[in-house]
Design a protein around this ligand. Sequence first.
Ligand code: HEM
Length: 473
Amino acid sequence: MSFFWITGLWVIALVVVRISHWWYRWSNPKSNGKLPPGSMGFPIIGETLDYFKPHGFYEISPFLKKKMLRYGPLFRTNILGVKTVVSTDMDVNMEILRQENKSFNLSYPDGLVKPLGKDSLFFKTGNIHKHIKQISMRLLGSENLKRKIIKDMDRVTREHLSLKANKGIFEIRDLITSHLTPKLISNLEKETQGKLMDNFKAFSFDWFRTSYILSAGNGLYNTLWVCKEGMQLMKDIYMTRKTSREKYDDFLNTAIEEIEKDGSLVNDDVIVSLIFTLLCITQDTTSKATCMAVKFVSENPKVLAELKREHEAILASRKDKEGGVTWEEYRHKMTFTNMVINESLRLTNLAPMMFRKAVKDVEIKGYTIPAGWIVMVIPSVVHFDPEIYENPFEFNPWRWEGKELRSGSKTFMVFGAGIRQCAGSEFARLQISIFLHHLVTTYSFSLSKDCEVIRVPGALFPNGISMNISKVS
Ligand code: HEM
C-alpha cells in the first residue's frame, strides 16, 4: 500500500475516533455526581424537534409521555442546544422555583426575552429584580386595580363588546391595550398612542411555539422589529416626559419618582423596558386566557347556564344599574367565575414551561443537576395528572368547589411560584371576570368553526381565534 493510502486511512481513522469521542461526550456529559437518566439526542440540535412537535390540545406531549415512561419524572435531554434537566415532578418543580437566587436563576432562551431588551426584568436578579417587581405591583397590585383600573377596564370592555357585536366579530387584543396604555402613560397624543398600541398588539411569543423553522424565523424577525420600534418610541415618550417635569396621574409618573429617589436601584432604561414589557405581556397572555375561557364556556352549556345564573344575580342586586362591575362584586360574588377561570387556565397552560439555570451543582432526589445546566419546569404534566385531577382533560369547573381559588400551589402552578410568581395574575383574573360578566349577561356567542387549538407545546391557534357575537334583544 502506498504511503498516500496509509496516511489517508490514518486520517480517516483519526476523524472517526474524534467524532465518536465527541458523540460519546455529547451523550454522556460530565458531572460531579449522578445525572438524571435520559438521552441527549443528536449533536447540536439535541431533542429540540421532538420537544416542539405539534400535538393535540387534549393530550400530554408524546415526547414527554415517552420520556417519563422510560426515565421517570426527572430526566436529562438537550433542547435548543442546551444541556437540560426536565422536571415534571410537582415537588421538584416547587423546590426549583423556591430556590430562585440561591441555587437557580431565571434563564429563558435568549430569543424569547432578548427582544424585550437587556434591561428587562427577566435579566435582573436579587435586589434589583425585587425592586422592579415592587414598582410593577404599584400598577398591578389589588390596591391599584381597585382604585384606578377596574372602572375603565369595565367601561372599555363594555364598549368593545358592543362595537364588536355590531360587526359580529371579536378581537380581544385591542381591548386590553386600549384601557391599560393610558394608565401607564396618560398624556399621549392620539397618533403616538395608536402607534404604540400597534406595537403591543403585534407582539407575540407565538413564534416560539411553532416548530416550523420558517414561520418561527419569520415570527422572531417580526417580534424583534416590533420590540425595536416600540422600545424606541417608548424611550422618546419617556425622555420627553422626564425633561418636561410635568406631573400626571399615571404609572410613568410613579416610575420617574422612583428613579429620582436617592439610592434608587433602577435607571431610565429599566423603566422604559418595564413599561414596554408589561404592556406586551398583558395583551399576549390576557387575550389568550380570555379567548380560551370563552371557548370552554361556549362548548359547555351547563357551565354557561351556571355562569349566567351567577352574573344575572350580580346584576339584579347591583344598586347602580348603569355602573359597571365593582371590586366588591369581583371579590365576593364571583365564586363560580373563578372556578371557571382556574379550570380554563389549568387546561390551557399558557406558560407550559419555565426555565431556570443552576448556578451551582444542585442535589435533587438523589441526582445532581450540574452548574450551568438549564432546568425546564413543566407544570402542565401535574395539571393533567389523573391522580390529582380526575378526568384531567374534561373541562369541569365544579372540581374547584370548596377549594382555595386564588393562590397557586405545587399542583396548580399556572402563574408560577416563588419570587418570580406572575405580577399580573390579579389583573388577568379581573379582566377575564369582567369580560365574562358582560358577555354572558348581554350577548349570545359562539366560536367560529375553524377555531382550532393545538399545543407546540404552548397553546397555539393556527387559524387565529374568532367568535360570532350578537346582542340578546
Ligand atoms: C392569564 C394570564 C397570565 C399567565 C398564565 C401568566 C403566567 C406567568 C407565569 C407562569 C410567570 C412565571 C414565569 C417564571 O417563573 O419563569 C409569570 C411571570 C410574570 N408575569 Fe405573568 N401571566 C399572565 C398574565 C400577566 C399579566 C397580565 C402581566 C402584566 C401586566 C404579567 C406580568 C408578569 C411579569 C412581569 C412576570 C415576571 C415576574 C418576575 O420576573 O418576577 N403576567 N407570568
